[in-house]
Structures are given as structure tokens and as C-alpha cells.
Design a protein around this ligand. Structure first.
Ligand code: BJW
Ligand code: ZN
Length: 243
């Protein structure tokens, strides 16, 4: 297997997706065939779906909260913690996962691009998102203490914009890495390369002259864009990949 060299000139941007949590027991989206209890994911993870049936949406997210609370980080998560300890500020982890497992493993320089399963916000007023581990009883929709509006999961749903501050942090890191005079590396792991803007990062890095790696179990939609492709499970590949 090719090895990823992490020396004192290396800047590393990592993008993770659902596959990295699969070995912890969190189902992937494509693994569910894009369905939850026969509902297309777009129906339970979109603003339109929430307007139509907020009870169903809260049942989906409450079930996932319960599932994610019951699992533990795996060796793939741990490998990323070790790389961050080694590289310090020359490391950034952008994750599409909302399960919080990277932080629980010990990752600190993390951008949660698609939000966090354990945060809630108001769909009506500007009250700040807050920590919330509640598994709401089936058939209920929580309401806001400040305005009485419906609360919603702090998740980036289909058709919603990612937080511009999160995208900026990723872009700033990529700019610093690619103009550092050192080596700028981008590694994506456990992601199908289907969902944008995350799936487009590899193009930007290549254009900026960076080196790109993919670690995935199945071919991703954007596999051909990567310089180095390793087929396998992230929990097995990542712990052995760097030197
Ligand atoms: C393993 C493994 C193991 C398994 N080891 N590997 C440009 C072109 C076309 C469309 C668009 C575009 N720009 C925007 C869009 C629209 C849309 C989009 O991308 N649609 C595509 C489906 C075509 N994007 C958006 O809507 C985004 N917003 C946006 O762009 O705003 C601007 C806008 C405004 C108004 C209108 C239009 C645009 C937001 C996207 C937010 C996505 N949110 C979700 C759901 C909510 C989160 C949640 O509830 O959890 O986030 S979608 C879902 O997919 C989830 C994931 O984070 C995301 C990515 O999935 P991921 O991580 O790749 O998982 P899988 O399951 O797909 O793949 C797992 C992979 O792992 C597989 O390949 C396995 O092989 C592998 N694997 N075990 C290693 N052990
Ligand atoms: Zn409110």
C-alpha cells in the first residue's frame, strides 16, 4: 500500500463522510439506499420535508440521536486524532458527519460542514443553536421557549446553504497550505462523492496544485479526480496509511 508521508512541510486537509462511522455501527446513506423506513432521505432531510411533516422529521433525528449516542469512535477516527497531534495547525478536518464521533475521539480542529445531530435551533427566531441530546417522544415536535416556533435539528438539509464561516475556514486553510511552500495534501475518506459542495473540494485542491488521496470501500462518484486511490475500510486503512 502507498504511504502518506506526514513531515514538517506537510499541510493536510481531510474530508470524511458516513463511511468513516460505518465501522462504529452508524448506517451510511447509500447503505440505506438513500431510504429511511422507506422514506427518501430528501423527504426527512429538507426544509420542504420539515414543513410537510415535522413529526416524521423529528422521529428520524431522534432515532439517529439514540443510535449515535450508543456507539463509539473506531480506529479510523483515532488515526485522524494522531495525525492532528503530529501536524498541529497544519491539519484540518472537514466532516460531513453529524454524529459527533470525531470530537468524541479527540479531534479538535474540526469543521462540521453539515451540522451536528446533538444541536437544535429555532426555525423561526434568531435564538442561537443549543446543545440538545433529547430523544423526543414519537409524535412530538419541540417548540422554542423564546418565540413558540418549531424547533428543528441544527443540520444542513438538502437545498440549504452551508454556513459561510465553515466554508471560509476550509478555503483559508487550503490557501495557506497551497501557498506555504510545502506540500498540500487532501485526503477524502468514506464518502460517495455525490453531495456538493463537499464533493467538489478535490477539484479545487487539484487546481491549486495539491496532492489528493481517496480511501473508500466502493468507487466514489468522483474517484477519477484523485491522484491516489486506496480501496478498503477506513478503520483498517487509515491507522496504517501515514508515516
Ligand atoms: C466506507 C466504509 C468504510 C462505507 N470505510 N468507506 C452541484 C451539482 C449537483 C447538485 C448540487 C450541486 N450543488 C448543490 C447541489 C444540491 C445538493 C446535492 O449535492 N445534491 C446531490 C445529491 C446531487 N446539495 C445541497 O443541497 C447542499 N446545499 C447547497 O449546495 O446549497 C446551495 C443550494 C441552495 C438551494 C438550492 C440548491 C443549492 C447541502 C447538502 C447537505 C447534505 N445533507 C445530508 C443530509 C443531512 C445530514 C444528516 O441528516 O445526516 O448530509 S445529505 C447526506 O449525504 C448527509 C451526508 O453528510 C451527505 C454525504 O454522504 P456521504 O458521507 O458521502 O455518505 P454516503 O452514504 O453517500 O457514502 C458513504 C461512502 O462510504 C460510500 O461510498 C461507501 O463505499 C463508503 N464506505 N463503509 C471506508 N468502512
Ligand atoms: Zn424561537
Amino acid at each position: 500500500m502507498d504511504q502518506l508521508v506526514l513531515d514538517s512541510k506537510t499541510w493536510l486537509l481531510v474530508l470524511t463522510g458516513a463511511g468513516v462511522s460505518a465501522e462504529s455501527g452508524v448506517p451510511t446513506f447509500r447503505g440505506m439506499d438513500g431510504l429511511w423506513e422507506n422514506h427518501p432521505i430528501e423527504d426527512v432531510a429538507s426544509p420542504q420535508g420539515f414543513t410537510k411533516d415535522p413529526t416524521l422529521v423529528w422521529r428520524f433525528y431522534s432515532q439517529r440521536r439514540a443510535g449515535a449516542s450508543a456507539v463509539k469512535p473506531n480506529p479510523g477516527h483515532d488515526a485522524l486524532v494522531a495525525w492532528e497531534r503530529h501536524l498541529g495547525d497544519r491539519f484540518l478536518l472537514a466532516t460531513q458527519n453529524v454524529d459527533g464521533l470525531h470530537r468524541r475521539a479527540g479531534s479538535q480542529r474540526v469543521v462540521e460542514m453539515h451540522g451536528n445531530l446533538f444541536k437544535t435551533r429555532c426555525s423561526k427566531c434568531s435564538r442561537a443553536p443549543f446543545e440538545d441530546t433529547t430523544v423526543y417522544p414519537e409524535g412530538t415536535v419541540p417548540t422554542c421557549d423564546s418565540c413558540g416556533g418549531r424547533l428543528r435539528p441544527h443540520i444542513v438539509w438538502f437545498g440549504e446553504y452551508l454556513d459561510p464561516a465553515d466554508m471560509q475556514r476550509i478555503e483559508d486553510f487550503a490557501l495557506r497550505g497551497s501557498t506555504s511552500g510545502g506540500r498540500f495534501v487532501f485526503l477524502a475518506a468514506g464518502t460517495s462523492g455525490l453531495v456538493y459542495p463537499a464533493a467538489g473540494i478535490v477539484n479545487h485542491v487539484s487546481e491549486a496544485g495539491g496532492e489528493t488521496w481517496l480511501v473508500n470501500l466502493d468507487p466514489a462518484q468522483n474517484t477519477s479526480k484523485f491522484d491516489n486511490v486506496i480501496t478498503g475500510k477506513s478503520g483498517e486503512v487509515l491507522p496504517k496509511l501515514a508515516k
